[in-house]
Design a protein around this ligand. Structure first.
Ligand SMILES: [Zn+2]
Length: 428
């Protein structure tokens, strides 16, 4: 592969749905075609992954790339930029290795990458390593800058909580958070109602009826001048630690994680929350009580299914990755609930996995004896309590593993390796 005679090539393009500054699939392919044409290479095929994140999915787990690898008769793959293929050095190297095995090399139009020669390959690897180091350094700088802003009592950006507004910092550069005189009385009223035991639904109805001013720039207001509050907004307001003068701060939380933990706040070196009393509406103790009240009221039944599923504890520490032998974690991918492997990052959609497991549990184990009656009877009694359902599943489960497969919209039951306990072992 060191000669530069006529080659047969395939093109690969990928677009993530996330808002990275990106070039459309059509434009990526167009520039790849031009590249091939300029060199007199014959294009044997074009492969795309549309709406697939490179961070969440390794190349071989994507339909387009997997199909590309399954085809024959090419000795070069043209991509627009390296990040279309991979955003991690290891993923990049593994994809390159798979191509190398079949005698093909990778070429990027916009990056100085030519994996069809040994020199080109060595250079590409170095570039990839430095790219990853740089990305980590940037992340670290952003974290440090934010921590410094918070330490200085400044507003670090992000959504301004209800009842507050930003103002020029009187003690130096930047911005600080101050109370919004228009919305503060409403905020105090809402918090008082919640602490006295009123439900979020009741408070939401009350706010709409009273014409309480909506959050600044809220979507509801922008749309056709609507003035209705919704319970998610009210719930979010009541769970914001700013109510006790604390600043939400959870640098370890991945973007895909469930909603913010109300107790993940900016803390001093001793681990004590940093409190700005000028912003507090209630004390830290009252805030804790408020969270307990909200948790007690938002039973799984009361919440919408779409909200509940991503964090549903039904499969918490139940399913293992067959490849890595670690528990799959709960999360979301493109807003859909998934289980994902923290090690190899394979994902499994929960909107299909959960019903599949429940069907099999009832069909295959429903008549097993359990606690004086049967599994099916216990299941019916558990209602929609995810914790009880999990307990019942665990009484029957020997092992449950998920195999890596091609990412796609269709559920592949072959990926689910399910073993029930021997019938005699079951606790009766
Ligand atoms: Zn894994």
């Amino acid at each position: 592969m060191t000669t530069h005679q006529e080659r047969r090539c395939v093109l690969y393009a990928r677009l993530s749905v996330t808002k990275e500054e990106s070039v459309s699939i059509a434009r990526q392919l167009q520039s790849c075609r031009r590249y091939a044409e300029a060199r007199g290479w014959e294009v044997m095929g074009e492969f795309i992954d549309d709406g697939v994140s490179a961070t969440a999915n390794r190349p071989e787990d994507r339909n387009g790339w997997a199909t590309l690898l399954a085809t024959t008769d090419f000795d070069a793959v043209i991509i627009w930029k390296v990040d279309r293929l991979a955003r991690r050095v290891l993923d990049f190297l593994q994809a390159d290795e798979a191509l190398q095995k079949r005698g093909a090399g990778l070429v990027a139009v916009e990056d100085p990458i030519d994996m069809t020669s040994p020199q080109g390959r060595a250079f590409a690897v170095m570039l990839a390593v430095f790219g990853e180091m740089e990305a980590e350094a940037i992340r670290a700088r952003v974290r440090a800058a934010r921590a410094q802003l918070l330490k200085d009592g400044r507003w670090a950006g992000g959504g301004i909580p209800y009842g507050y507004q930003s103002a020029a910092n009187p003690d130096g550069p930047g911005w600080v958070l101050v109370k919004d005189p228009v919305r503060q009385p409403w905020l105090a009223e809402v918090v008082g109602k919640a602490l006295s035991g009123e439900t979020v639904n009741a408070i939401t109805t009350w706010m709409t009826a009273q014409g309480a001013p909506l959050p600044v720039g809220s979507i509801a207001r922008r749309k056709s001048g609507a003035t209705a509050w919704n319970r998610q907004t009210v719930d979010g307001i009541l769970r914001n630690p700013v109510l006790a003068g604390m600043t939400p701060h959870n640098p370890g939380r991945p973007k895909s994680a469930k909603r913010a933990d109300p107790f993940a706040v900016f803390r001093d070196e001793d681990g004590k929350p940093v409190v700005n009393h000028a912003l507090a509406v209630i004390s830290a103790e009252e805030f804790t009580v408020l969270q307990r009240l909200l948790d007690a009221r938002s039973t799984p039944q009361a919440r919408k299914r779409s909200e509940r599923e991503p964090t549903s504890p039904f499969l918490a520490r139940v399913v293992r990755c067959d490849h890595c032998d670690v528990f799959l974690c709960r999360g979301t991918n493109q807003k859909r609930p998934v289980l994902y492997c923290p090690s190899c990052r394979q994902t499994m959609s929960r909107s299909t996995l959960d019903p599949h497991l429940i069907d099999r549990l009832i069909a295959e184990r429903g008549t097993e004896p359990l606690g004086g009656s049967t599994v099916a009877a216990h299941w019916a009694a558990a209602g929609t309590s995810d914790d009880s359902r999990r307990e019942i599943l665990l009484t029957q489960l020997q092992s449950l593993r998920v195999r890596r497969g091609v990412v796609g919209r269709y559920f592949d039951s072959d990926r689910v390796l399910l073993q029930w306990k021997p019938a005699s072992d079951v606790d009766v």
